[in-house]
Design a protein around this ligand. Sequence first.
Ligand SMILES: *[C@@H]1O[C@H](CO)[C@@H](O)[C@H](O)[C@H]1NC(C)=O
Ligand SMILES: *[C@@H]1O[C@H](CO)[C@@H](O)[C@H](O)[C@H]1NC(C)=O
Length: 219
Amino acid sequence: MGSVAAMGSLGFVLFSLLIATQANIRATATKCIETKECSAYDVICTNTDYEVRHYNASKWVSTSVQSYFMEMAAYDGFRKLFKYIKGANADSVHIDMTSPVLIKKSEARNMWEPVTYTISFLLPAAYQDAAPAPINGDVHFLEMPEMYAYVKSFGGWMLSVNAKLYSNLLSRELNAASASYNTTFYYGAGYNSPRTVFNRHNEVWYIAEGKPKCSGQQT
Ligand SMILES: *[C@@H]1O[C@H](CO)[C@@H](O)[C@H](O)[C@H]1NC(C)=O
Ligand SMILES: *[C@@H]1O[C@H](CO)[C@@H](O)[C@H](O)[C@H]1NC(C)=O
């Protein structure tokens, strides 16, 4: 049953992609509109290639999935975290959905090995200090440290093909700017529910090492 649902959802995503790629190549959508709370940040600088943001430390609920496919990992991880916020926790409380949904992709060591994806939901402010324990042993809390992120936005869907395209582009731009960042992973950030078809907003992030570099034409 789970795999039927997975295939159905994947089919829906692929179908929606056909519509969305034509209508919405550019990231013009407003970000925080589908959830009450979103991850807050300060913009340090913006140029034509990327934005530099500062995030304060924050607490997330998180799960890791080994997979060859980002779509499968995202589906599996999302489902586990969604159950947690819908009551699969020690207090059986419903916790509001937040955005973005983060998916961390670690660099593949070998092509034939599955990649570890970590999917995370930001805990709402009311649960930042104390959140009920997850029932599923695969779900855990994640203390995200304070960080500077290099961010590139795009529309359409957070699919492996897009994530790869935009993370490659961002890493080339960062290399050209001699910016220091952790090359071993990137984050994909999705701000919309799968039911939203138009004006979707997605991002890829690389995490700066040391002081972030603001270069190029500032906008
Ligand atoms: C981050 O923390 C600093 C210090 O507490 C605070 O001044 C700032 O407003 C915070 N930034 C955001 C986006 O919440
Ligand atoms: C880069 O990220 C990896 C994975 O999170 C971590 O193990 C490593 O220490 C980081 N490198 C640096 C220089 O911080």
